[in-house]
Design a protein around this ligand. Sequence first.
Ligand code: TXA
Ligand code: MG
Length: 311
Amino acid sequence: MTTVSQSDLRRAAKLLRAGKLVAFPTETVYGLGANALSAEAVQRIFEAKGRPRTSPLIVHIAVLEDVHKVVSEWPEAAQRLAEEFWPGPLTLVLPKQAAVPDIVTAGLKTVGVRMPSHPVALALLKECGLPLAAPSANRFAQLSPTTAEHVRRSLGDRVDFVLDGGPCAVGIESTVLSLVGTPTLLRPGGISREQLEEVIGPVAVASGVTEGPHASPGMHAKHYSPRTRLLLSKIGEVPHAGRGVYLRIARDPEDGCDVRQMPTNPQEYAQAIYGTLHDLDAARYDWIAVEHPPVTSAWEAVVDRLRRAAH
Ligand code: TXA
Ligand code: MG
């Protein structure tokens, strides 16, 4: 793993304490961080991303005790999930503390919180001593960033500082689970539904998680998209006009288009997908066709992101 210098960490922490924006690596994707307890600082996130105010943000913490700065209830199920999966790619939605400004939660009485596992994220959170609100560090509805270079290309000087911790290991965003009422999956991600169910029993799936828009506020159907037209397709559906590229898992594409072999394992595929789409976008194809992955729960998060990218 690429690590960052102590002086960069100190500089980043100082900027955050002054209400500025710092992009930092997490194990899922890069986050665009600001002091979660300052409405003014958090407002800058929305401006930098061009993100609608109706999309709530995730708050990041480094130590379990700090969860009480963010949430007002901490049920048994949350404790068990945190013990099992934190630090890691799981966001829990719970009733919020009064100290969390409304702008963070888009006016909701609940807040999403997670403890990331990337050592640079943890070091930054500890160094600045603040819970950090951080959405993915990209302009709204664009591809999520999995390298510091992706962040710089998308946000430019809209971000005050970028900590470069190398490429992200998980590669797609955290799983979002609501623990308000029946445990409900709001966004599939780095931790699978099976893994959650092993710890807390049955997990409901919000309508729209696997199809269509708006599982949770801010889960827009069109999201995580490359600029190039993306088709999630069977081979026969690949258009023949223009110059295209086919992302293959197993099957052979039709003749006449470039081919990218993708990993056949869902974790490795997830790790590679945003970087691949960033590269192919830059290569200015007319279209990108993606072989539909297997419709199994292991592929749920990848299929969710591909469907949104193809919308
Ligand atoms: O992996 C991740 O979660 C990354 C890294 C940076 O931590 N962050 C991320 O943030 O993906 P963002 O803002 O791109 O996505 C936040 C997701 C959205 O789907 C939003 O709807 C959901 O979390 N969310 C946040 N707070 C919520 C709440 N109170 N109720 C329901 N959904 C919420
Ligand atoms: Mg995002």
